[in-house]
Design a protein around this ligand. Sequence first.
Ligand code: FAD
Length: 323
Amino acid sequence: MSVLVFADSHQGKLAKPTSETVYYAKQIASKIGGSVHVVTYGITDADSLAKLGNYGAEKVLVSKSVTHSNDDQLTALVAEAVNATSAKVIIFAFDPMGKMLAPRLSARLGAGLVAGAIAIPEIDGAKFTVRKNVFSGKAIASFTIQSEVKIIALLPNSVKAVAEGDSPATVENFEPAIPEARIKVKEVKAISGEGIPLPEAEIVVSAGRGLKGPENWGIVEDLAEALGAATACSRPVADIGWRPHHEHVGQTGIAIRPNLYIAAGISGAIQHLAGVNGSKTIVVINTDPEAPFFKAADYGVVGDAFEVLPKLTEAVRKFKAAN
Ligand code: FAD
């Protein structure tokens, strides 16, 4: 029985969660006795695809004709790959592309879907029990999928991908006949700027209203630059136009799960926490020792962001220069 992974691509490169989804698929394939296949598109560098073999992929199917922005055609591509590989389990990353494609494929195949899984499923015959966060990460629920074909969208940074082998995957061109798209994409506007995309960042430096105004963001950007981090902000900061909306994290913004989240001058309202409480380590800098964010923090600094952030930046730069 085959497990199929859909791997998204950005500008000719595999999306960051791919090693996690392939490793995750391999864990399932080992339990049910099958192999892992990957379907992707728009990547010409066969070596990078072959390296997915290290995480457990046996074969990678790559289409050159399907384009990034057309989810209608991408869904058809994955459905054709399901047919070609006789896959009974399909894995997506629970990122914007996975959120778009997994429900479409679920409807098309009549397959049960768990969106936002956080752990490898427990498998009992044809029944998969999959855990996911609910109530904005306040609780964990277990869902069972009993349909013949099963789809799981894995929350990025939930499972650590371990390179277990050193055998390259076979890479094959995959160009099934896909009907003309019913949806025409007229324009794609990419977010400008050269920084690290927030959803993919392993380290995020974030700030809130405690920074007093947009002119003070230099100290946030300096620390982010020293750490190789992305920048983020609380919602009011984006609402009043101090920072762009694509930096807003929380219940109504982007949900992120970096390895390190540094929050300066953010109170830690429940709606903010909903988007960041999956972070592996949280550091909070706030002048108010009663700020709610300290309850969710792994490390807390009661202090003025205007003093603490530049000192942290200096310390990081010194450390990097010495190591
Ligand atoms: P404040 O609450 O004003 O907190 C500023 C903090 O900075 C304070 O704790 C203060 O002690 C500290 N501070 C002040 N000066 C300094 C200094 N010099 N150094 C260090 N610390 C200092 N919010 C989100 O962020 N994301 C969301 O997705 C979101 N969705 C929402 C959805 C709904 C339906 C609603 C009702 C609200 C939502 N909110 C969201 C808003 C949320 O409730 C809070 O109002 C918001 O997160 C507060 O932003 P803040 O912490 O930047 O500002």
